[in-house]
Ligand binder design. Structure first.
Ligand code: ZN
Length: 55
């Protein structure tokens, strides 16, 4: 039942998914998206993710 969110890295274009548990929710971050680090280029960005339907 893990909810996952898909992100596209604006730096390298890599598409990756993170589970909600691995993301830190910040009150002022909602309009920007989530501050996540790309596993490919290791650059952190504010990315508006989109939920992934699982199952
Ligand atoms: Zn990247």
């Amino acid at each position: 039942m893990a909810r996952r969110t898909r992100f596209e890295c604006p730096n390298c274009g890599n598409i990756f998914e993170l589970s909600a548990l691995s993301m830190v929710v910040r009150p002022h971050a909602l309009s920007k998206g989530n501050y996540v680090r790309c596993p490919q280029c290791a650059i952190s960005n504010w990315i508006q993710g989109e939920p992934v339907a699982s199952g």
